[in-house]
Structures are given as C-alpha cells and as structure tokens.
Design a protein around this ligand. Structure first.
Ligand SMILES: [Zn+2]
Length: 483
C-alpha cells in the first residue's frame, strides 16, 4: 500500500504510483530524469506514451466513477484538480461518420468505456461528463500544450495559480464564466472565440496572447495582468472591459477593435507605444493615469477628446501636447515652415504645457542679449540651462501621477538655486551694471534698449521675448484652467 505525500490517497498498485517520489501519478514530477520524456534534436519534448496513457487512464477512471454515480444520484457539481502536474495531452481524434470511430474519441478528459447502468444494464459509450461539471484547476502545471478545444463546457471553468509551459487552446465557444487568476501562461490561443459570459484574466503573466476576431459578450477583466506579446485585431468588447493596472511590454495596436461599453485604462502601463487609430469607442473610456507613448497623432487626439468630454482639462492638455508633438514629427521636412513653428512651440514651452520652460528661455535670451553675445558666459549659462531642461523633460515624462503644479514648483526651486549660484559667480566676470541692464531688457513694456539706440538686433530680440512672455502666460493658463 502506497500513500501519496500530496493528496494523501492510498494506491494499491505500483502502476499509478512513483515509489521514489512517494507521489501518485497525478502529483509526481514528470521530468527527463525520471523517464517521462526526452528532449529531441529540435529541443522538443518527446513523451513516453506508455506513461502518458497511464496518466490519462487515471484521470478517465475518476471521471468514469462520477459518470456511473450520476446514474444513481444527481451529478456531482464540482471537480477540483489540485497540484496536478499534467504531461502532454493525448492526440484528439475527430469523429468520422463514415467509419463511426466513436471508440477512438476517448482521449484526455473523455473516455470510451462500458458502464453499469441500473436500468439499462451494461452500456457502451463515450463519457463526456467533463463538459457538465464546474472544473477548477488549482496550482496545476501543464508541461506541454494544453488542448481544451474539444470541450464545450457548460459550467464555469477556473484556473488558479496554474502554469502553462506550452500553448493553451480553448473551445471556440464558452457559454459560462472562465477565469485565470495568478497564472503563468506562455501562449494563450484565444483567437476566433466567442465568450458569452464573464472572462477574467487577473494578476497573470501572459507571454503571448492572440485575440484575433475574439468576442467578449460579457465583462472582460484583465486587472493587473502583464502581457508581453498581445495581438488585438477585430477584437470585440461588447460589455465593460477592464485594463486597470495592466502592463503591456510590447507595442500594442488595438486594430479594428471595438469597445461597445465602458472601457477602463486606469493606471495601465504601455512600456512601448499604444495605437488607437483604428479602434472604435462607442461609449465612455477612462484613461486616468495611463502611461504610454503615442504611436500616432490620432491616438493622442482620441485620448485628449475623452478627457475633454469628462471635463478633465489638465489631462486633456497633457495629451494635446502629445498630439502636437506627433504633428511635429509628421510634418518633418515635408513642410519645413510649419515644422519650424511647431518645433519652436515645442522647445519654448512644450506646446504651452510647461511655463517653467518658457520662463527659463526668457532669462536665457535676456542673458544672451544683455551680455552682448559674450561667448564664454553664454556657453557656461546655456550648458546649465540645457542640462536642467533635459532633467525637467525626463522628470515630466516619467511621473505623470504628480500634479503638474507640484512638479513645476519643485523644478522652480531647483532653478532658483541654480540662478542664485550663477548670480553669485557672475559679478566676477560681468560688467558692474549687468543686472540693471538685464532688468531693463526684460521689461516687456520698454521700447528702448538699456543703452544706445534702437537697432535691428533689438527689434529681433523684442519679438522673441514677447513671444516667450506670451508662451509663459498661456502655459500658466493651460495648467490651471480651460483653454
Ligand atoms: Zn497524489
């Protein structure tokens, strides 16, 4: 008599028991070392068919027991596979009406057998009771492809803390709930499937998922799941869809994807780009605190528009700036004049989003003009200025969660320290009345230079300073109120 250290069941025969591991055939480790498979020259697992068949025979016997029990009593409602390590699946054979090969269909969770019926006596048939029970896989491992494509399940299906090392295939229709919680999935083949009930893939790690032509007719919840490669194409979310705190590691294109109801992208993180250009949003979308690079201008415009509809002007302005940035990239060299205007707008104030940037430029240009293009001072000043602006830019793009006003106050403090330092060091290299001249030159209402007559360079200088002051004022307004 053997007792499995995992399930604590008793086993009479050695066939379904691994004495070395003291574990039954369901729970024992299945490795190359203990002869379950060997790796061929292509790096694929070649399974020992005798062992694999023994494993499935054990699974089938259990289901046959449930089936026979259902002749006498009502059907047991739930079946839990706990800690089971699944080898490869057996090859499913499709039914052929010309040959009537029904006895060949008894593979994996189906079996072809002779059953004792209380009324009809001994009957021969296919046991498909698996389709009618609520199935839960808890902490199971699937060492090869897991093929569930032949099971038209009518009760809920659940995978909790499971690992799938191969591809996972599903049936083309799910009439009941299906959920994956805390699972590691290598390759989920969910293309061309209709899910009639709720689908949850929560807190999972999914390496590959194909959602081509997939229809979610009820709620679809991907909360906190990480996707490495995901293919959305003609995907239909016909009810609420949740992408809250989801991480996407690759470029994501929601191509021809329809969101018929509310969709939540709250705190969703796109490590690379996101593309909504060919997506359809029929109802509300929530992009609050989403982190993403825009694949194109239309994506930024769609998100901006959504925030505008919700009266969230600060967020709308943020995506307006991204929209403008994309516009600038689109223009490129095709339309040099417009590109120039856009670039200036971007560099001076991040498309009216960053008033600190505008203020810094005002001081920079003021310094340049007042110091009379003294190269040494200017290079010193501009190098600090550029470094600070690069820091600001990185800081802004990386933490969209802090309010912009708070950010800018912090940056301003940083800048003030720098300016104080410059002011402290400059009297040693500058003429005595430099700061008085600078103040006069920065005064937007002055019509004369600090010394001498009005020159052409003064006019140019005045135009630039006026533009920057205008940008400065607009940027402050953009950060606080409606355009
Ligand atoms: Zn066991």
């Amino acid at each position: 008599m053997h007792i499995c250290t995992v399930c604590e069941q008793e086993f009479k025969e050695e066939l379904s028991f691994d004495t070395e591991q003291s574990k039954c055939i369901l729970h024992c480790d299945k490795s190359e070392d203990n002869g379950w498979f060997h790796i061929d020259s292509d790096g694929k697992k070649q399974w020992d068919n005798r062992k694999v068949n023994l494993f499935w025979k054990y699974i089938q016997n259990e289901l046959d027991g449930m089936y026979e029990h259902s002749f006498w009593d009502t059907l047991e409602e739930e079946l839990v596979y706990s800690g089971v390590i699944f080898p490869s699946f057996q090859l499913d054979i499709p039914y052929d009406s010309n040959v009537d090969n029904v006895m060949d269909l008894g593979t994996n969770f189906y079996s072809f057998n002779v059953f004792d019926h209380p009324r009809d006596g001994r009957i021969e048939g296919l046991n498909t009771i698996f389709n009618q029970i609520e199935i839960t896989f808890d902490q199971c491992k699937f060492l090869d492809d897991a093929n569930f494509s032949q099971y038209l399940l009518t009760e809920p299906l659940q995978f909790n803390h499971c690992e799938f090392e191969g591809s996972l295939f599903l049936h083309s229709e799910y009439k009941n709930r299906i959920s994956f919680l805390n699972c590691q999935i290598k390759d989920l083949r969910a293309e061309n499937i209709i899910f009639y009930e709720k689908v949850k893939i929560k807190e999972c790690m999914v390496e590959n998922i194909n959602l081509y032509n997939t229809r979610f007719k009820d709620l679809c919840d991907f909360y906190k799941t990480t996707f490495t490669n995901v293919n959305f194409n003609k995907t239909n979310f016909e009810d609420i869809s949740v992408f809250t705190e989801v991480k996407f590691n690759n470029d994501v294109n929601f191509q021809y994807t329809t969101f018929s109801e509310l969709v939540l992208f709250r705190k969703t993180e796109f490590k690379k780009t996101v593309d909504f250009e060919d997506s359809i949003f029929k109802k509300e979308a929530n992009f609050l605190n989403m982190k993403a690079k825009m694949a194109n201008r239309e994506t930024a415009r769609i998100i901006k528009h959504t925030f505008e509809k919700q009266n969230n002007i600060i967020e709308a302005n943020r995506f307006y700036a991204l929209e403008m940035l994309k516009r600038q990239q689109e223009l490129g060299w095709k339309n040099p004049f417009e590109w120039f205007v856009f670039t200036i707008h971007n560099l001076s104030s991040d498309h009216s989003q960053n008033w600190v940037m505008a203020l810094s430029w005002i001081f920079a240009i003021g310094f340049l003009y007042t110091s009379g293009l003294d190269a040494v001072i200017y290079i010193f000043y501009i190098s600090i200025f550029v470094t600070v602006n690069v820091l600001i830019d990185n800081y802004l793009s990386q933490s969209p969660f802090i309010h912009k006003i708070v950010q800018n106050t912090m940056i301003l403090l940083m800048l003030t320290t720098l300016y104080a330092y410059i002011i402290w060091i400059l009297p040693y290299v500058l003429p005595e009345d430099f700061f008085n001249s600078l103040a006069k030159n920065l005064n937007p209402f002055s019509t004369k230079p600090s010394e001498g007559d009005v020159t052409f360079s003064f006019i140019i200088y005045k135009v630039i300073i006026s533009y920057l002051i205008y940008q400065f004022i607009i940027s402050i307004r953009q950060n606080t109120r409606r355009k």
